[in-house]
Design a protein. Structure first.
Length: 613
């Protein structure tokens, strides 16, 4: 009497519909098909090309079925890397990135990467295994409450309870991931929803059922549950994509902004990652910005949007420019810590804010700043419409020229700083300048680190749109291996560079094995100063101790060799050969091997005063 009647007709089915499903029962019991095939059909219909994973028994049917329909299975050495790689594919391809991991620890290993995707607004689908529907909560292997973990991180979470639910649930999840403000979604697959009927039925069989009435009740209960689990499993269903809703600015809002911009003398545009999201092609956004002629500061995924030498791309002295600006357009840029919570914006400036997410649109507007116009809508399409509305109008040239002159002064100072000799090893700025000069025009830069990467953001110039990948607002270490893997798969013809700190490298150095196995040769530049320098920079002067900040000048190049790549040690004695070593690494990757430059660097006072909290 205490057994739940899980096998009773589901509430969303009428009795007649349930009876109809039951009539096809013989065909279901004899079918070799399994739930993984339904997953594969939906993913293929949605244009998914790659599925990132770390194999586990709970999800094997998904992996096998996807491989059969032509989706490339890319297995990594850590589940977080699989999600980071899917995140990179989402950012670079304009489709949903997909990762599949096994139950329990497989899923818990992805939590940081999923949160990073949430904060970076990346459309991501995470498929997770789970204990069987009847065994959840009964002590099964790797059985935990996974839904509670992922509900705060994802736009949508669902646990599949019957095989017929797989297709409609996946279609809904994929549409939600891309609608509104993009983000991750999670679907849990109990193991009995993925395997063929005959194997599941074998597991359901009771070896020594109780005799009498209780035995009959148990047998009835299990059979009924099994019947409900597979009823209607292989009926033909629509697997095509559902409509995706993206909020847009109204015509009235665009017109008001046209009027504000037309009157501005010193306007500035701040672009964030959200400005590069589909559906507007990045090349259309670039043309719109060039037509407007307004000075632009680029952050996140928008870095590189204007190329490396654009007269309206301003890289330096942002705080000073914002003080002088009479109009600031926040195109997907959020007033969080990156803009000092809005305190860097002048009270005298007109401020136009455009963001798909209302909470991000108005963040801290009740304290430090106030928008003149706040638009909950897509930033990229707004910029194109704004440019069309201002056709024939262009920002006065003196303003961007003045800011560009400040850029030149600062960059000359940076080059002079790069020529200074450090107490030991190489000057990190000199290394970064040299890499920037030699990297190919089609290069993609992946940033994973603290102090060394912070310097790289000032020195290295992405060559074009969608050619810079950093963690985003969460500031996550460990993205390097996964981001580079996803980038190289999306753009196999491009050079993919990972700029690593020696601290962050340890999170994903094992993925050199993945680069080797999956023939995705990338180049890693490791700034090895034997220290967590971004933390040490503030901890030592404030608290007087370097505790836990010290590392060693480890032979990371040998580690890369061990994983099938090619490592190079670059110290002060190799300073004159630096360009030749970089070219050798480029040649090696063209021949199919991943390369790692273990560059021993010294200390400079560049970015002095920069803190990490």
């Amino acid at each position: 009497s205490r057994l739940p009647i899980l096998g009773a007709p589901p509430r969303h089915l009428s009795f007649s519909a349930y009876s109809s499903l039951s009539r096809g029962w013989v065909g279901v019991t004899k079918s070799p098909r399994h739930g993984g095939e339904s997953v594969a059909e939906v993913l293929r219909a949605h244009g998914v090309k790659f599925l990132f994973t770390l194999v586990g028994g709970h999800i094997s049917p998904i992996l096998v079925a996807c491989e059969k329909v032509g989706i490339r299975i890319v297995d990594t050495r850590h589940e977080a890397t699989a999600v980071f790689a899917a995140d990179a594919v989402a950012r670079l391809s304009g489709t949903v990135g997909v990762a599949a991991v096994t139950a329990g620890p497989g899923l818990t290993n992805t939590v940081t990467a999923v949160k990073n995707a949430q904060m970076a607004e990346s459309p991501l689908l995470l498929l997770g295994g789970a204990a069987g529907t009847l065994l959840q909560g009964r002590g099964a292997l790797q059985d935990i409450d996974q839904m509670s973990l992922f509900k705060p991180l994802c736009k949508f979470c669902a646990s599949i309870r019957t095989v017929r639910e797989i297709v409609p649930t996946l279609r809904k999840a994929l549409a939600i991931a891309q609608s509104g403000t993009p983000g991750p979604v999670f679907i849990e697959f109990p193991i009995d929803t993925l395997y063929p009927y005959h194997l599941v039925a074998k597991e359901f069989a009771v070896k020594n059922p109780p005799k009498g009435l209780m035995g009959k009740v148990v047998s009835w209960y299990l059979n009924n549950h099994l019947m409900n689990l597979f009823a209607g499993a292989w009926e033909t269903r629509d697997v095509s994509p559902l409509p995706v809703h993206i909020p847009q600015a109204t015509d009235g809002q665009v017109q008001r902004c046209v009027e504000l911009v037309s009157r501005a003398k010193n306007p500035v545009i701040l672009l964030g990652s959200q400005a590069t999201l589909p559906p507007t092609p990045v090349e259309d956004i670039r043309k719109a910005l060039e037509d407007l002629g307004i000075p632009c500061f680029l952050g996140g995924m928008s870095r590189g949007l204007l190329g490396k030498d654009s007269p309206i791309h301003i890289r330096q002295n942002r705080r000073d420019a914002l003080k002088e600006a009479d109009l600031v357009l926040l195109a997907g840029t959020v007033c969080d810590f990156r803009l000092s919570y809005g305190r860097v914006l002048s009270r005298r400036s007109k401020i136009i804010a455009v963001n798909r997410d209302k909470s991000q649109l108005l963040k801290n507007s009740d304290m430090f700043w106030r928008p003149t116009v706040a638009i909950q809508g897509d930033a990229g399409s707004f910029l194109v419409r704004l440019s069309k509305g201002l056709k024939g109008h262009r920002c006065p040239e003196e303003w961007p020229q003045t800011l560009k002159a400040g850029d030149l002064t600062k960059e000359n100072a940076n080059r002079a700083k790069a020529d200074e000799k450090t107490e030991q090893h190489l000057n990190p700025l000199k290394v970064l300048h040299r890499v920037d000069e030699l990297m190919a025009e089609d290069s993609i830069i992946v940033a994973d680190g603290g102090d060394f990467v912070g310097s790289a953001a000032y020195i290295m110039r992405p060559r074009g749109p969608l050619r810079w990948l950093d963690p985003g607002a969460f500031g996550t270490l460990g993205v390097g291996g996964g981001f580079a893997l996803g980038a190289k798969l999306c753009r196999p013809e491009s050079e993919v560079w990972i700029v690593y700190g020696d601290g962050s490298l340890a999170y994903s150095v094992a993925e050199f094995d993945t680069f080797t196995r999956h023939k995705t040769p990338v180049i890693a530049v490791v700034g090895n100063d034997a220290c967590w320098s971004q933390i040490s920079r503030e901890q030592v002067p404030i608290l007087g101790s370097n505790v836990a900040c010290g590392l060693s000048f480890t032979d990371y190049h040998i580690v890369a060799d061990g994983y099938g790549g090619k490592g190079y040690l670059v110290g002060r004695e190799h300073g004159d050969q630096l360009s030749d070593i970089i070219r050798k690494a480029q040649k090696v990757t063209k021949e199919g091997k991943a390369a790692l430059l273990n560059v021993l660097i010294g200390k400079t006072n560049f970015r002095e005063g920069s803190i990490s909290v």
